[in-house]
Design a binder for this molecule. Structure first.
Ligand code: G3P
Length: 217
């Protein structure tokens, strides 16, 4: 499973990229707002750091407007994936952008039927928002299973990009189901390495090592 980081924070992106764990980045208008920067500047800086797909979202809601904005965003770098909302205009823009050879991430997916439409429109990525479904008291992870089954039935090539991931348990669950990508907030991504027994074990090994009085090299 690929790891994308769900942020527009340049410092966090640099740090995670240096760990060698980053396969891409996803942004959205809310994350751009949080970054405090200009969408074009911030996205350009991200593309200078990360080689993999960097999702940048259109804000127009009509087909022509989406296509206009997509052109501006795509000009930033070759690794831009244009993010469009899961609406009829968004799906139409998805098909047109794919025909132009662009990567497209169809976002704000909350049902398996929406994901089926995105695959039929040739989306590169579909982004089901699992955390926001959990917020409604429904199991968001179940949606990933449904989409996996549908895509496998028809051999759709669209990658399932689990989004609105909030916990390390979400990451494990979507990996077990076979999501192709999880886009994860920086803090959750960093938390994946943590286990109290790892810390405790390391502490004990270091204490015993100190008692040997030895040094390696
Ligand atoms: O990946 C989509 C994400 O940015 C939305 O996350 O936590 O606002 O539902 P959240």
């Amino acid at each position: 499973m690929k790891f994308f980081v769900d942020t527009a924070d340049i410092k966090e992106i640099k740090e995670l990229n240096d760990l060698g764990m980053l396969d891409g980045v996803t942004t959205n208008p809310s994350l751009i707002l949080k970054s405090g920067g200009n969408i074009l500047d911030v996205t350009r800086q991200i593309c200078e750091i990360v080689q993999g797909p960097v999702s940048a979202e259109v804000t127009a809601t009509d087909y022509d407007g989406m296509m206009r904005e997509a052109k501006v965003l795509a000009a930033i770098a070759d690794n831009i994936a244009i993010k469009v909302p899961l609406t009829w205009d968004g799906l139409r823009a998805c098909r047109a952008l794919r025909a132009e050879g662009r990567m497209v991430n169809v976002t704000l997916c909350f049902s398996a039927n929406q994901a089926l439409l995105a695959a039929k429109a040739g989306a590169t990525f579909i982004s089901p928002f699992i955390g926001r479904i959990d917020d409604m008291g429904i199991d968001g992870v179940e949606l990933i299973s449904e989409i996996r089954a549908i895509y496998d039935n028809y051999d759709f090539k669209t990658e399932i990009l689990a989004a609105s991931v909030r916990t390390v348990n979400h990451v494990k669950q979507v990996a077990m189901i076979g999501a192709d990508v999880a886009t994860v907030p920086p803090a959750t991504l960093k938390a994946l390495v943590k286990h109290p027994l790892t810390d405790k074990g390391l502490e004990a090994f270091l204490a015993d090592w100190a008692k040997t009085g030895q040094k390696i090299g």
